[in-house]
Design a protein around this ligand. Sequence first.
Ligand code: OXD
Ligand code: MN
Length: 595
Amino acid sequence: MLKIMPQKPPTKNTHLISWIEEIARLCGAEAVQWCDGSEAERKRLTELAVECGEVEALDPQKLPGCLYGRSAAHDVARVEHLTYICTRDKKDAGPTNHWMDPREAYEKAGGILKGSMRGRTLYVVPFVMGIPGSSFNKIGVELTDSVYVVLNMRIMARMGSVALKELGDSPNFTRGVHSKADLDPARRMICHFPEDNTIWSVGSNYGGNVLLGKKCLALRIASWLGRKEGWLAEHMMIVGIENPEGEIAYVAGAFPSQCGKTNLAMLTPPPSMAGYRVWTVGDDIAWLRVGDDGRLWAVNPEAGFFGVAPGTNSKTNPNAMATIRRNTIFTNVLKRPDGTVWWEGMDGEPPTEGIDWLGKKWTPDSGTKGAHPNSRFTAPASQCPSISPEWENPQGVPISAIVFGGRRATTEPLVYQSFNWRHGVYLGATMSSETTSAATGKVGVVRRDPMAMLPFCGYHVGDYFGHWLAMGKKIKHPPLIFHVNWFRMDSHGKFLWPGFGENLRVLRWVIERAKGTAGAVESAIGYLPAARSIDLGGTGVSEETLERELLRVDKKEWVDEVISQSEFLRSVGEALPAEILEEHHALLRRLEGGK
Ligand code: OXD
Ligand code: MN
């Protein structure tokens, strides 16, 4: 006998209550538990999750409030080939998304959901993406059978009573359903129904597939809503850069997964840039709207960081290291015998032994990685030492510059500026990067990743480019648009640019361009920094390396680049805006003109 709704619902919202009843029945849940987001609830659920083995507690002195989780060995990354946009008309999903007819998707995923929560509790997780009280936020409710998901969601979003209060009696909320089901990779589907404001995720317990506020709502569903409502939901970090005079300029940056967005968002200025400060507003997602003042304003809709652990250390990202000292969930890293954690690229020597991400005994001689390359930390943004005082401002922050960037060993210079908004949209639209372990599939292959949204744009990518162009017309004082590449290599395969804190030198040029105080020279691909306009003091990089290698625009490489872009642009089909094609042809003309 099902104990549906044993608790008195903490809301009178009949749309919400009847939907929960319907899903609880479909899934055969044994009980329904409403989450309020309180501290007492966190304690209770943590004890439960430890008891049933979903997570392990870490050393309470060394890592207070921290937990350790392991996902199934075949469930460690986003599964793009099993992620669907389910629109009535296939055309609306476009060529970059996997599409499924909504009826088929409800039937297939429903078949997996059916009875999947027998003997399990269904947790009701109401959450706000955005700042409570702001007219720019969106409400979601995730129904899940995973306590691990509940504990992560309460870090990543403003969760519980606050969301129910915000929602009131309204039917306007994203209906998210998640069931681990049997974690069978053959029965795994992440389905988005933008026309129904609904997400069904089954058969996974990996964050990017199951923390439904993040990629599913705040990017795929939100990008669809943004087009309808006249704003942009983007895969962007947001950072404030304070100069020695105390002026702060905000930059939004789109980079594919594992290209350093979190490090850039928490950047520590190098010692030779005394007087500069970097303020973190967000590390992964930006919602952008035109303000009454005609500028573009950005809000980080999330409340936490779901960051990549390997390579994070007190040199690459001291702010992240300070953030994750408490109240953090570590997933698929190595657990040390003393109840702390480790990953490849962390400070100090590797531990002499530990339990690896697969749950096996590990030593440095094992010949395997202790932590999965896509192992993660989930940590409250409020704990970040560099968190901006503006990060919860309901209006957001005004954006002076947008940077697009990818991981490219060749071709793309360290930095260049687009000629104007339209050219900037073209730079974003044709962006590319080498693939990483954030998604399943081959690593290191160059692929087009427009605006770093390839896996996240919830509608036709051609219409998405059109929406960007239309937004440009609505912004009276648009941010300048740039392209950066921290990953260019020399002929021996060595990175030419030191990256990390030194990237601030490039961002300094970017914001000084926005202010109109830095020099540039025109090239075929855009404006490059004028000689000596990027301060290299203390980087170990010479003016000559900057000029001849990092900023080199090689005509042959660029003609090949344009040819490789053509293939992608053709695949966009009829919906490709003529303006993008014109920019493409204009670039080729400029290259051939020898500029
Ligand atoms: C992420 C991703 O987790 O982009 O942010 O995969
Ligand atoms: Mn991301």
